[in-house]
Design a protein around this ligand. Structure first.
Ligand code: SAH
Length: 288
């Protein structure tokens, strides 16, 4: 399918930072996102869980029909336009809705201040605890691969800075995002709220378990590498849904992979191109 031009493969491969050195452990920093069983009332009817970070914790969950126009920003628009030009002309990504979203979300608000000058450069940037905010092209391509038409319920696993979640609000009001590192979840929630992305629901927890109370999802995006697609995420994908996820090969090559769950029949998956992402964590390193 949609292999990108090979020049973009090598650029992506070379330019994405891999944060290594995270040890494995048993202690969970955030409450795992395990929820009640299938008979539980819908998430919107219940109080937010205690570990749910700022945005979701302090305001009622938005309704799909509530009017929503993503916020707009003028600061550094020239740099955003140039970033979009690189994604469109350098990588050949022609999806106008995705390009518009990328040209609107103020990436400089999502990167640590020490890296503000590089916010629109064609590479990922560090956040905290060895984590990253993904390269602009990768954010755009992963968004494109979800093939959102508008109004879908989307789960992002690996909130990081909240940048990808903000991009997703250009397609739907139903954006759920989960982050295992509490300081990252808290600051992303605060940032998204401050910037006006009020429709994003942020939770701190182990995204390996997905977000059962909000499931099923039309689309799921995983922003760290897994060896195998977590069963809970597959289970929480609607029939007809799509997941985009970096999956490591036996030789440790990581492939951006699209998983499709048809309305009937077997789940299928296909690889797009090699990438480098941070690995799945099973505990919050900020609580060690
Ligand atoms: N989408 C982010 C970038 C994510 S980098 C952005 O737009 O900025 C991957 C993120 O996944 C990191 O912040 C990391 O802490 C988080 N992560 C790793 N393992 C996780 C897990 N099991 N559950 C939830 N988040 C996880």
């Amino acid at each position: 399918m949609t292999a990108e031009p090979s020049r973009s493969h090598s650029r992506v491969f070379l330019s994405v930072v891999l944060a290594m050195g995270m040890g494995l452990g048993v202690r969970l920093g955030c409450a795992p996102a395990e929820g009640p069983g299938p008979d539980a009332p819908p998430a919107r009817a219940r109080a937010a869980p205690p570990e749910t970070a700022g945005v979701a914790a302090h305001q009622p969950a938005p309704r799909a029909e509530r009017p929503w126009t993503p916020p707009t920003f003028t600061e550094r628009q020239g740099e955003r336009d140039e970033m979009v030009r690189v994604i469109r002309d350098g990588y050949g990504l022609r999806d106008e809705a995705v390009l518009k979203a990328m040209g609107t979300v103020p990436r400089h608000e999502f990167v640590p201040s020490a890296y503000a000058a590089q916010a629109y450069a064609d590479h990922p940037l560090p956040t905290v605890h060895g984590q990253t905010i993904s390269q602009p092209y990768i954010v755009a391509e992963m968004t494109r691969q979800l093939r959102l038409q508008g109004g879908e319920k989307v789960l992002e696993v690996g909130t990081g800075s909240g940048y990808q979640a903000a991009v997703l609000t250009h397609f739907t009001t139903q954006v759920y995002t989960i982050e295992i590192i509490k300081p990252l979840a808290d600051s992303a929630a605060e940032r998204l709220k401050r910037l006006g992305y009020r429709v994003v629901q942020v939770r701190c927890g182990d995204g390996f378990f997905g977000w059962p109370e909000a499931a099923p999802f039309d689309a799921i995006m995983v922003t760290f590498t897994v060896d195998k697609v977590p069963e809970a995420l597959l289970a929480q994908l609607k029939p007809g849904g799509r997941m985009v996820v970096p999956v490591a090969d036996t030789d440790a090559t990581e492939w951006l992979t699209v998983v499709e769950k048809p309305s009937a029949g077997e789940v299928t998956s296909h690889r797009l191109f090699p990438v480098r992402f941070v690995p799945l964590l099973r505990e919050d390193p900020s609580r060690r």
